[in-house]
Design a protein around this ligand. Structure first.
Ligand code: PMP
Ligand code: GLU
Length: 404
């Protein structure tokens, strides 16, 4: 007798597969069949982890750093993170306020579990990273989505934020630079959000700054710089993006002591500390001043070049309206012009249809905007070579030209 999904908990039944990982899985399946798929779906740098970081990991193994780590991270790493926060963000934290986790993904879910009671609302400006609403639901909360579009550079206003607050609102979460739009909130925009949050003392801000170092204009701005809300900002960051360390699984949060202590307890029951070898490597990465890191500068320059290339190429396609991102390595063009069109066999009604059509016809894996709360759009991750970007857009253009 086969066991069906009815055995699963209601929470798990309502959980969607991560769309970023789903599209990457589908493209891998096609590749395994020998099909030449270009994968622009997964958001990870195509660069290698810097050499000194790898050496630190090798030394950790040789020194038998292979036993259980302290749950919140090695003291040396937590201290190094406080120094990083002072150096880059001008914010003083105590090492006890830093919790190191298995990727920023776990840091975010820890924060939700620490804050959310059944029915609490979490405000999520769209477009948002796919995992935020699912994590909120798993913690028993209700995601409250604020829409935006390419016309406003995918940014919400302080008025929209204010209007979405209710007596059940417990948190606001956003990423800046943003996954999937690459948009970056300015200091003035963040200040206007801080003014709203300051008037609502129950609300915490989860500020996902994982793309901090991947910026094409100006300095990184964090909402934690504003005194009026600082105590209620939970900073999320990690090494996956800035140091091309996606597979090492190290992220962290910096938060008020009570939140950090709660996350330490949660993590102690669920996973224990992040891998010892990765933590040893992370110390070397965190101690690296981004202003003096050639690997990082070269990577960001490469992303800027690719952004410009992709923007120019997409601008030439009829019905595709790209945004010009200031950070991260994603572009999120509006493709809704193609809704209602068909190639004679496949009718395109939404971004998911278009995404599957492009995978099938163009062999290019992208991620549909609906997963990010913005069905008019589709996400291109341009963390790949210029040659593949050119080829991918050529194929996408040809496939779109079949739709009438
Ligand atoms: N936040 C955002 C906005 C992301 O794009 C990602 C994807 N890597 C994460 C958090 C999680 O990062 P990781 O778990 O690899 O540290
Ligand atoms: N954050 C990356 C992305 O958005 C990695 C995949 C994931 O964990 O969602 O593609």
């Amino acid at each position: 007798m086969s066991i069906g999904r009815d055995v699963l908990s209601a929470r798990v039944k309502s959980l969607s597969e991560s769309a970023t990982l789903e599209m990457t899985r589908l493209s891998r399946e096609l590749k395994d069949k020998g099909i030449d798929v270009i994968t622009l779906s997964i958001g990870e740098p195509d660069f290698d982890t810097p050499e000194p970081v790898k050496l630190a990991a090798k030394a950790a193994i040789d020194n038998n750093l292979t036993h259980y780590p302290p749950v919140p991270g090695f003291p040396e790493l937590r201290k190094a993170i406080t120094e990083k926060l002072l150096r880059d963000n001008n914010i003083a934290f105590k090492p006890s306020q830093i919790i190191v986790s298995t990727g920023a993904k776990q840091s975010i879910s820890n924060a939700f579990f620490a804050l959310i009671d059944e029915g609490d609302e979490v405000i999520i400006p769209a477009p948002f990273w796919v995992s935020y609403p699912e994590m909120v639901k798993m913690a028993g909360g209700t995601p409250v989505i604020i829409p935006s579009s390419v016309e406003s550079d995918f940014k919400i206003s302080a008025e929209q934020l204010e209007a979405s607050i209710t007596s059940r609102t417990k948190a606001l979460i956003f990423s800046s630079p943003c996954n999937p739009s690459g948009s970056v909130f300015s200091k003035a925009e963040l200040e206007s959000f801080a003014e709203v949050i300051a008037r609502h003392p129950r609300i915490f801000v989860i500020s996902d700054e994982i793309y901090e170092y991947i910026r094409f204009e100006g300095e990184h701005q964090s909402i934690s710089q504003f005194e009026s809300v600082r105590d209620r900002v939970i900073i999320i960051n990690g090494l996956s993006k800035g140091f091309a360390m996606t597979g090492w699984r190290v992220g962290y949060m910096a938060a008020a002591q009570v939140i950090a202590d709660a996350c330490n307890t949660i993590q102690g029951q669920y996973t224990s500390g992040s891998c010892t070898i990765s933590q040893a490597a992370a110390i070397t990465a965190i101690n690296t001043n981004p202003a003096e890191c050639a690997d990082l500068k070269n990577m960001v320059e490469a992303f800027r070049e690719r952004r410009d290339l992709l923007f120019n190429l997409l601008s030439e396609i009829k019905g595709v309206v790209p945004n010009k991102p200031e950070g991260a390595f994603y572009m999120f063009p509006d493709i809704s012009y193609y809704f209602g069109k068909s190639d004679g066999n496949t009718q395109i009604n939404n971004s998911y249809d278009l995404c599957l059509y492009l995978l099938d016809k163009a062999h290019v894996a992208l991620v549909s905007g609906d997963a990010f709360g913005c069905d008019q759009c589709i996400r291109f991750s341009y963390a790949t070579s210029t040659q593949l970007i050119v080829e991918a857009v050529k194929r996408v253009k040809l496939a779109l030209e079949q739709l009438h």
